[in-house]
Design a protein around this ligand. Structure first.
Ligand code: PGA
Length: 253
């Protein structure tokens, strides 16, 4: 079984660099005790470097990336700049960016390609809205498979030639479960994660790591993480509360 990954997705939190550094230090101290889990912090961009300076065992992720390396792209953070910041992962295609900022599958595909070509590991987020889930599992599988094929379009030769599958992590995050306190049913999640693995493996001949995200907390973490198909969790709200987050890390142990 591969090592579980627990990612703290802080989103646009906390409200000061001082708080970010303090929380990162505490997570580092707490996570240092865990032998089997890969703990990752994804701070907002302005805090990336200060968080990096206080973590050692804990890994670092960016919450977004731009597909060009350098140039006239006001407000964007390029893959090249993130490489200099030595991030271990880049989150791509989070549903909040798709929904609130109009990120399309075409844009996400450009980000995926730029990262894979330039040696940045990605955490690609996919997931269906409530309207699709209410139609049943077949509709969800169809939705996920279409999202995956659009987001990963053109990456097969890249992955094959550079043996990059280890750098491809997928986060299955049903949109209706994010930030709502209504996590998915762990058994259905495990089935869908197996489906995603089989789908990607059939095209790439290797199996990616697939995480679950959506209202994970200290109470429900074990019910997800005890499934061998679920390789970890992308944690939003609960990752801002030290004890809660460390309990999730313990559940992954
Ligand atoms: P949540 O967020 O844990 O607050 O539901 C998860 C995510 O958006 O990655």
């Amino acid at each position: 079984m591969s090592q579980k990954i627990i990612i703290a997705n802080w989103k646009a939190n906390p409200d000061s660099p001082g708080r970010a550094v303090r929380l990162a230090k505490e997570i580092e101290r707490g996570a240092a005790k865990s032998k089997k889990v890969e703990v990752v912090i994804a701070p907002p961009a302005p805090y990336i470097l200060s968080v990096r300076s206080v973590i050692k065992k804990t890994k670092l992720a960016a919450q977004n990336v731009f597909w060009e390396g350098l140039g006239a792209y006001t407000g964007e953070i390029s893959w090249r700049q993130l490489k200099h910041c030595k991030v271990n992962y880049v989150i791509v295609g989070h549903s909040e960016r798709r929904r609130l900022l109009g990120e399309t599958d075409e844009m996400i595909n450009k980000k995926v390609i730029a990262c894979l070509k330039n040696g940045l590991s990605i955490v690609l987020c996919i997931g269906e809205p409530k309207s699709v889930r209410s139609k049943g599992m077949l509709a969800v599988k169809k939705f996920l498979s279409s999202q995956l094929s659009k987001d990963l379009q053109g990456t097969k030769p890249l992955v094959a030639s550079h043996k990059l599958l280890a750098s491809l992590v997928i986060a299955y995050e049903p949109i209706w479960a994010i930030g709502t306190g209504k996590a998915d049913n762990p058994e259905e999640t495990a089935l869908l994660i197996s489906f995603i693995k089989t789908l990607v493996a059939s095209g790439y001949s290797l199996t990616p790591r697939v995480l679950y995200g959506g209202s994970i907390n200290a109470k429900n973490a074990k019910s997800f993480l005890s499934h061998k198909e679920i390789d970890g969790a992308l944690v939003g709200g609960a990752s801002l509360h030290l004890q809660e987050f460390l309990k999730i890390v313990q559940a992954a142990e």
